[in-house]
Ligand binder design. Structure first.
Ligand SMILES: C[S@@+](CC[C@H](N)C(=O)[O-])C[C@H]1O[C@@H](n2cnc3c(N)ncnc32)[C@H](O)[C@@H]1O
Length: 234
């Protein structure tokens, strides 16, 4: 399927993020009017980390969620950010040289079972070519009792927000993408959101991989969903 169908083969997703890395942070701030920092704080809260813990941020991009997690595990904890785009990782390392940023595919994480106290993913799960495989990997690397947290864009289901969302996402975001010089990437964005499960569906997918006590909050007028589940303590 092409970009308009919201799915792309992995090498193309990787190449696309390498290409847009330089404008990524600026586009985030413009598209969310700076609100993404607040959403990352809420996602980090749901990871329920404590000082001294180890956390993994999957598909970390330029590392903003990893930086937020680091404030929760300080002073002696550790945060690892993992991504398959080298260009994104370079920018993350410049932003937060004190954190560990490593190359890795979310569908085959290079970590041992139960190595982390929590695993998060921010605006990355919708790019996974196999969502259940990505969820299974995040669950595998977290210790029993630890959290898996997913921060993602979701489609508001009721008017008038659903109308506003369609206007914003289907018209303005691709226009901003054209202005930023990458129309393909920013028309892929709305279509990848459209094909991603709704909040209930994502909750069910998390339960299906064995996560317990799966809950979610919807915020930003219905466009952002933050899901959390706990790794089975048995
Ligand atoms: C929209 S960006 C999100 C970046 C960051 N987490 C944030 O909150 O801004 C998506 C990131 O997911 C990464 N990504 C997508 N699929 C991946 C996969 N299978 N393995 C590793 N990284 C992946 C991309 O390289 C990109 O950096």
């Amino acid at each position: 399927m092409g970009a308009s169908g919201g799915t792309l083969p992995e090498p193309q997703v990787q190449a696309m993020f390498d290409r847009i890395a330089g404008v990524y942070d600026r586009m985030n701030s413009v598209m969310t009017v700076g609100m993404h920092h607040r959403w990352r704080e809420r996602a980090a809260d749901l990871a329920a980390l404590k000082p001294g813990n180890r956390a993994l941020d999957v598909a970390t991009g330029t590392g903003d969620l990893a930086v937020e997690l680091a404030t929760r595990v300080a002073p002696d904890g550790e945060v690892v950010g993992s991504d398959f785009s080298e260009r994104m990782l370079e920018l993350a390392r410049q932003k937060a040289p004190e954190l560990r940023f490593e190359h890795g595919n979310a569908l085959d994480l290079p970590y041992d079972d139960g190595e982390f106290d929590a695993a998060t993913v921010g605006f990355g799960a919708r790019n996974f070519s196999d969502l259940p495989a990505g969820l299974r990997e995040m669950t595998r690397v977290v210790r029993p009792g630890g959290r898996v947290v997913i921060l993602e864009i979701t489609t508001p289901e009721r008017p008038p927000l659903s109308w506003f969302f369609r206007l914003w996402f289907d018209r303005l975001v691709p226009l901003l993408g054209r202005l930023a010089g990458d129309p393909d990437a920013y028309s892929y964005l709305p279509s990848s959101v459209r094909r991603f499960p709704n909040a209930r569906g994502l909750g069910a997918a998390m339960t299906a991989v064995g996560l317990m006590d799966v809950r979610w909050v919807i915020t930003a007028g219905g466009i952002i969903a933050i899901h959390a589940g706990t790794v089975d303590a048995e």
